[in-house]
Design a protein around this ligand. Structure first.
Ligand code: PGA
Length: 255
């Protein structure tokens, strides 16, 4: 199964638009059997979009959560609250949140909350820059080690890892990563996952690529680099292009 996950970030700015975009994607996702479509939307939109999703196989997720289930934490949203509104996934450790000061230790605690509330964690890792000496491998290994420090060995089914090199994300991206860039890093990621979860379990954990994915570059990652899918920002707000990525993923044989 390929995972096509949208990260809507702080878009769109109204529920009306959110419903419109969601409806467009739902149409494309109908009849898709080899790709799982998940939309991680602003928390306020989770409940109404879960209702709109109805019996479709699409899932809705959050983009962050607090480690605690409740408390005097003005402005925070707990994984328990997310779950109660119908979310089944949560993105943790996105680089935009890390840039706001979130540490690997914070992320590790959040994964425990997510697990406790039966949310699947989509853990983001990725280096800021690529250097000639391969320091970025160490950077990503360290992120994995520290963010998964509290993740139980027997809970691998509750985890998805998204490799998102920061230099390839968003409208200021320097360039898109190549399938070869991704393949190399995914080998390292899976090696680490095997140490943590054991070989068999690690093999089954989806490792996704994220960073300027669109309908034109998606196929290379799926076919050449055997990506298990994508975490997609901008293009996930465009039902036509996002729909094309879903169709492509549905046409590729699972790994
Ligand atoms: P992008 O964002 O697809 O717009 O580059 C990806 C992400 O931030 O998850």
């Amino acid at each position: 199964m390929k995972f096509i996950i949208g990260n809507w970030k702080m878009y769109p700015s109204s529920l009306k638009e959110a419903k419109f975009i969601f409806g467009g994607i739902k149409k494309v996702a109908r009849g898709v059997t080899r790709a799982k479509v998940v939309l991680c939307v602003p928390a306020l939109f989770v409940a109404p979009l879960v209702v709109l999703g109805g019996k479709s196989k699409m899932s809705v997720g959050g983009q962050n959560c607090h480690k605690d289930d409740e408390g005097a934490r003005t402005g925070e949203i707990s994984s328990r609250a997310l779950k109660s509104t119908g979310a089944t996934y949560v993105i943790l450790g996105h680089s935009e949140r890390r840039a706001m000061g979130e540490t690997n230790a914070d992320i590790a605690e959040k994964t425990v909350g997510a697990l406790r509330n039966k949310l699947i964690t989509i853990l983001c890792v990725g280096e800021k820059e690529r250097d000639e000496h391969g320091g970025y491998f160490t950077e990503v290994s360290n992120q994995l080690r520290a963010s998964l420090a509290l993740f139980p060995r027997n809970a691998s089914k509750q985890l998805i890892v998204a490799y998102e090199p920061i230099w390839a994300i968003g409208s200021s991206a320097k360039r898109v990563a190549t399938p070869a860039d991704f393949r190399e890093m995914s080998i390292l990621i899976r090696r680490y996952l095997a140490e943590h979860f054991g070989k068999k379990a690690a093999f089954a954990i989806p490792v996704l690529y994220g960073g300027s994915v669109d309908d034109l570059n998606a196929e290379g990652f799926l076919r050449e680099a055997e990506a298990d899918g994508f975490l997609i920002g901008r293009v996930s707000l465009n039902p036509e292009k996002f729909g094309e990525v879903i169709r492509l993923a549905n046409s590729v044989k699972p790994r």
